[in-house]
Design a protein around this ligand. Structure first.
Ligand SMILES: [Zn+2]
Length: 422
């Protein structure tokens, strides 16, 4: 996938709902069917999960050796807008919003924001969901001028209830939000029953640097992995394992939701696939590899001391294998992933937290705990994780896609503590 294609996908994916819809459309275009009660060998399926997550898989004709799973998350830190969206305040009209995920507050200030998500509209005796995206600069969280806050450059802390409230209009515009929402949804205002709406950064992605080495965009964590994994999944040659792509929601708030990686969704799905072949799930899992794909921290150019002294990835250095007690990677999964990459001539790099830092966590441990499978946490090296605008290297988009595709095209014979890459 080209960098322009990736930036286009990210721009068209303001929320996890839009990610699920776009991925579904790509899968349907490629001939995938929504899975019903019965799974048939030789067919390609997807399973949607509550509108913001989904899994896809291809079933070979013969009983597979195991699974190769690539999982990523489609949510990013942002602001959630309440159902009663407008917040009057003197001459101004603000939006009633709260933080979603662990964002860098400062990166969201003085930035044009738009509104996207889904609304539930009346339909007969029930409701139906509709995706919405205002696709215009709608709101902004203004900084306080330095003349009024002389501490602005001294690490002033933002109070979310005071300093992170998005300005939306003048008080005379009261009622506009509901009107625009109804227009976007294509229904009368009174038909909207409830909402799942978010503010997102509309700034376009861009390629930059001395030789165009870098690119920056909103939501790189983790849409860069979502779309490179989708590309790898759709373009991988058939192999003896079942290739599975899983895109979850809610990683930024701990994954413990029905559409998150800690749900029973993936274990249940893999059980159904095993049953389609009359094969014991435990046998298939024993020869499987799961890749938890989420971006990793690159060594920062201005703050190299924050990185580990030996395991600090650089932008453009290839896929990152993440190691820490909070990651799923172990010696076996690292050997399998790097072995596949070595065979294809794809460079890899290791990430470890500096020993005094706890670092972050992601979905790998959840996947491998609830689905006992050898798992590696991998990702694309990036800077400014959880900023509203994040940075990575153009070359890593290609090498990461190649690495995930190579794993999809490989089988693994794992027996206890020994393994063979087939
Ligand atoms: Zn992430």
């Amino acid at each position: 996938m080209t960098i322009e294609e990736l930036l286009g996908e990210i721009a068209a994916t303001p929320t996890a709902y839009h990610a699920a819809a776009r991925i579904r459309a790509r899968l349907e275009e490629a001939g995938y069917e929504e899975a019903g009660e019965t799974l048939l060998p030789g067919k390609n399926y997807f399973v949607p999960l509550y509108g913001s997550a989904l899994a896809a898989f291809r079933l070979p004709e013969k009983t597979p050796d195991g699974f190769v799973i690539a999982a990523a998350h489609a949510d990013s830190p942002c602001f959630r807008i309440r159902d009663a969206a407008e917040l009057p305040g003197g001459p101004y009209l603000s939006l009633s919003a709260e933080r979603y995920g662990g964002m860098i507050h400062e990166s969201w200030l003085d930035l044009p924001l738009s509104v996207a998500g889904r609304v539930f509209c009346r339909a007969g005796h029930g409701v139906e969901a509709r995706l919405v995206d205002f696709r215009r600069d709608t709101a902004l969280i203004p900084r306080v001028a330095i003349h009024l806050n002389h501490e602005a450059n001294n690490g002033a802390k933002a109070d979310p209830a005071r300093d992170l409230i998005p300005l939306y209009g003048l008080s005379s515009s009261a009622g506009s939000f509901g009107e625009e929402l109804a227009r976007e949804a294509g229904v009368a205002r009174e038909e909207i029953v409830s909402t799942d709406l978010f503010l997102y950064n509309r700034r376009a992605g861009t390629v930059w640097g001395a030789r165009g080495e870098f690119f920056s965009a909103p939501r790189l964590d983790d849409l860069a992995c979502v779309y490179t994994c989708l590309e790898a999944f759709l373009t991988a040659k058939p192999a003896a394992c079942v290739p599975v792509l899983a895109v979850f929601d809610n990683e930024e708030i701990g994954s413990l939701t029905k559409q998150g990686a800690m749900s029973a969704f993936l274990p249940g799905l893999l059980s159904r696939i095993a049953a389609a072949y009359g094969a014991p799930l435990s046998r298939l899992l024993a020869s499987s590899l799961a890749l938890s794909c989420d971006n990793g921290h690159a060594r920062h150019p201005n703050r190299p001391e924050l990185a580990d002294r030996s395991e600090a990835p650089v932008l453009g250095g290839g896929p990152v294998v993440k190691h820490s007690p909070r990651y799923a990677t172990d010696g076996l999964s690292a050997a399998l992933f790097t072995g596949v990459c070595r065979r294809r001539g794809i460079p890899c790099q290791n990430y470890s937290n500096r020993p005094d830092q706890p670092g972050g966590s992601t979905i790998g441990n959840m996947l491998s705990a609830f689905t006992p499978v050898s798992a590696a946490d991998i990702g694309i090296a990036q800077l400014a994780m959880h900023s509203a605008y994040e940075t990575a290297a153009v070359a890593d988009v290609c090498s990461f896609t190649d690495a995930v595709r190579a794993c999809y095209e490989t089988s693994f014979a794992i027996s206890g503590s020994s393994a063979e890459i087939l």
